[in-house]
Design a protein around this ligand. Structure first.
Ligand code: ADE
Length: 424
């Protein structure tokens, strides 16, 4: 029985007891001269008020905390939950309530399920082989709901597993809210509920936006920060294993209102702990996106038993994403149209063979426009890109090196050198 049910039971029990006493007083067989009925009634009323007061106070204290988290969605006067600092939403502090204790990895499963089932789907904002992404509302606030296609259930399992077992709260990693599995007309529906970012994916954003070099730097640096957090193992009670993403691309990066980005889609990620000496590559038959595959993945020379290999493939893809952003960056009034990596060398939806010929055999790299060399920030990003694209995987930069180099250009933002020192 729950605590509140026990309170109610005690309250009801005491009230029954008091009323039984009162009733007993009325039917007593004691001679009238010994009964003192007015004294009995006074004592009983005092007792009743005391019990009701104490129970009322306890119930008030108990429900006041829960009320701020889980208001009834049917209540149309529900107060809009606040988004502090115009950055990530907190969903009424529900994570503070649950996540600062225990493993600290997320909400309990039952709470996740309850939340997911209170969501109203509003509009479809994305569709692909993976399934669909919807904007939904929970307690008046927008959430993103990714509905996985049945053939991609392994990605749902993997992402759910990682978000529920690894402490991944970071400004540049998509914020997880809940996972839910339901049965509908004998088919299984798999939902992943996350923070909603109204500006959508980086791929969508770059189609219609061009950038100043400072904004390009902010995006690239925020991605590097997210990747450093993923790639780094933290050994402590609130620590985390190292994670490699394996499908980094502009469609898997979201743009936030503050101009930073966050990394999404952990469905293919691999986990490594030096501390526990284990490498978990998961059981997903899915492979990464061919256009973004590193040469060693395309020619199958990658050492799949070595975790570092996966981080090196992420760095290759990170360089390609930087290239996509740099094309849309205005320098001396010049900007290029959005194009995906290798757009001039392979057709859309390229085969392995087509990619392998370009990347492994001919060892071609995306072309870099001359204007990029004339700006200090952009020439630094060009140098980074080239060092993300070395044929020899161990020669590539690490995410931490990318982050440190970009931070040197960033004097007046959240990523100032002091913050960087804290993170190391
Ligand atoms: N598209 C895919 N995921 C999204 C999210 N979390 N917010 C907004 N658009 C998205």
């Amino acid at each position: 029985m729950g605590r509140s049910a026990r309170f109610m039971a005690v309250l009801v029990g005491l009230l029954l007891l008091v009323s039984a006493c009162l009733a007993d007083g009325e039917t007593t067989t004691v001679p009238p001269q010994q009964a003192h009925p007015e004294l009995w009634i006074t004592v009983a009323l005092l007792l009743l008020f005391m019990v009701a007061g104490v129970c009322g106070l306890l119930l008030f204290l108990r429900f006041r905390r829960a009320h701020t988290c889980l208001k009834n969605v049917d209540d149309h006067n529900v107060t809009m939950l606040k988004v502090p600092n115009g950055d990530d939403p907190t969903y009424g502090g529900i994570f503070d309530e649950f996540c600062t204790s225990g493993s600290g990895t997320g909400l309990p499963y039952l709470v996740q399920r309850t939340m997911a089932r209170q969501i109203s789907l509003v509009e479809c904002v994305g569709k692909g082989r993976y399934g669909e992404v919807w904007r939904g509302t929970w307690m008046g606030e927008s959430v993103a709901v990714k509905i996985f296609s049945s053939r991609d259930e392994q990605s749902w399992f993997r992402e759910t597993e990682i978000y529920n077992t690894v402490q991944l709260r970071h400004d540049n990693i998509l914020g997880f809210i809940a996972s839910d599995m339901t049965s509908k007309n004998s088919s299984t529906q798999l939902w992943l509920v996350t923070h909603f970012h109204e500006m959508g994916s980086l791929y969508d954003f770059l189609q219609y936006s061009s950038l100043e070099p400072e904004s390009c730097l902010k995006m690239c640096l925020s991605m590097a920060c997210g990747l450093v957090h993923l790639h780094t193992e933290i050994v402590s009670s609130q620590g985390k294993p190292a994670i490699a993403h394996r499908d980094l691309k502009s469609r898997n990066i979201l743009v936030k209102r503050n101009g930073q980005c966050c990394i999404a889609d952990l469905g293919l990620a691999v986990i490594h702990s030096q501390f526990n000496d284990f490498l978990d590559v998961g059981h997903n038959p899915r492979v990464g996106t061919k256009r973004y595959m590193a040469p060693e993945v395309l020619d199958e020379s990658i050492r799949m038993d070595v975790f570092e290999s996966y981080k090196q493939t992420d760095i290759w893809a990170l360089g390609l994403v930087f290239w996509e952003i740099s094309r849309r960056t205005i320098i001396n009034g010049i900007v290029e149209e959005y194009r995906p990596p290798f757009f001039d060398l392979v057709p859309s939806d390229p085969s392995y063979e087509e990619m392998k010929k370009v990347v492994c055999v001919d060892q071609q790299r995306p072309r870099l426009h001359n204007r990029l060399h004339s700006h200090p920030i952009m020439s630094s990003i060009v140098k980074i890109m080239k060092e993300c694209w070395f044929q020899n995987p161990p020669a590539r930069l690490t995410a931490l090196r990318v982050k440190k180099t970009l931070s040197k250009h960033d004097h007046d933002s959240d990523f100032s050198i002091n913050k960087l020192k804290q993170d190391i």
